[in-house]
Write a protein that binds this ligand. Sequence first.
Ligand code: HC0
Ligand code: SF4
Length: 576
Amino acid sequence: MVSVTVDGQEVEVEEGATVLDAAEKLDIDIPTLCYLEDLNEPGSCRVCLVEIEGEENYQPSCVYNVTDGLEVRTNTPGVIEARKKMIELLLSDHPFDCLTCAANQNCELQSIAKQHGIRDIDFDGERNEFPVDDLSPALVREPSKCIRCRRCISVCSEIQEVHIYDINERGFDSVAAPAFNESLMDTPCITCGQCIMVCPTGALHGQDDKQKVWDALADDTKHVVIQTAPAIRVTIGEMFGMEVGSLVTGKLVSALKRVGFDRVFDDCFGADVVVMEEGRELMERLESGKDLPQFTSCCPGWVKFCESFYPSLLDNLSSCKSPQQVFGALAKTYYAEKAGIDPDNIFSVSTMPCVAKKYEAQRPEMDDSGRQDVDAVLTTRELGEMIKQIGIDIENLPEQEYDEPMGYATGAGVIFGSTGGVMEATLRTVYEKLTGERLEDFELQKVRSQDFNEAEVKLDEDRSINVAVARGTGNARKLIHRVLSGEADYDFVEVMACPAGGCVGGGGQPIYSGRDRWARMVEDRVARADGLLKSDGRKDIKVAHENPFVKELYDSFLEKPHGEKSQKLLHTSYTD
Ligand code: HC0
Ligand code: SF4
């Protein structure tokens, strides 16, 4: 340990700590626009300047390592002025469209400018004007708003291992961008949206489908239905100041009815159907021994990752569509038929914690109902904004039930929303079909919060199913290399592209602020997943194959899992 003095107060910190760490220990908040705890190498924004005894120039505190006896001042007029100049320099090359910016009121540059009382900018010169890239169905890039903090580079390269961004050009023209400034559409971007979650400004944000949905709601010829993803029920509350992980299923249904949806359905019903289809597929593969391990396919970011980087594994991906798309295809066929509605008049919306789901809904093959199966996808953020727009606070609403026939889901469908959930939900059914007994005490439950896990599920003396789960595509790469090298021998593997617990940490979730925003998101996955487990615990039925509405679907429409009709409507193929 070494002893440091910051603004006259002495503090002990570990050797190798930075001045920023020492100040933090004393609750002195030095502003920075690049550093995020547990994520990136700091040192690019130069806003965190401090005065160090014996040094001629102001020093960036985030990269200045302490030594014993160091004396630091963080609050002198000179330091404050120097920081102001750094912020003004950034602002001098920034578009002033704060009022209409996607990050308005959630922008770190805006808050820091306010905190420093900046009213005028002394620097008057050239301004970079890069074109907006909005060709991706999921993400929008506004490079003119990039402050070169490198956070997107860290998350995409080090955590996700997709490597889309780098700093292009030098000096005044430098910007974080894909190679050759290509559109994200022309890169292997998997649309996970994790870069959105760490961007300090509005340089990266999701596509916005709110108006499309408002227009459909205002159109009397349209019957507008919505499906809610599992993770929405444990995160929408956060948009209204509720505690992280608050389970608000009934209030969510109420809010959606007030927004004006004709039917409010549950995507978890779709998840129960996926269990039936994907479970049957797994049993068939276990019997034939072909194309094992079976990989889950409900996460579009993971599917794109597999298509881009591991095309040799495409036959191992389950051919079953995701719950979102299974639901979409059924809404415009099964539900349309049952309700006597022309499917062309159904406008099908989903609300997801994810921006990759926007991309998935627009994949050209997702039209097995004879038209686009899901018409619009709203993230948790967009949904929260719509509910606020009509002046409702979700916390104060009464609880309501989902509509029939696609609103009832079992506990299996609900746990899809956090890592390990798809695996467990499928195994609950497969285990029971293969052994005649209930799967109790599934091991993965206990280790669900880890990055990458494996378990052996014993069926009897001679048979077992080896399973593995990875969250985040960086971890998926490690797992895949073990499979391809023959080091690991699995039967069933779940991958969710988002590192903070799968969908509960999706790129469409509420965006935190502050230096610990990444660390908090990773930590909060546990509370969010607990909310889903609570919901599972409250369900009378916990296995998908006992869902009475799923049984009715098969009896009256699909006939059997992985049968002719479900293969046409609910299964798909992949492209390399
Ligand atoms: Fe997920 Fe899903 S669980 S991907 O994370 O499988 O977005 O919440 O809706 O489709 O059900 C997201 C969440 C879903 C789908 C489901 C799956
Ligand atoms: Fe990288 Fe994901 Fe952002 Fe695409 S969406 S650039 S893959 S972090």
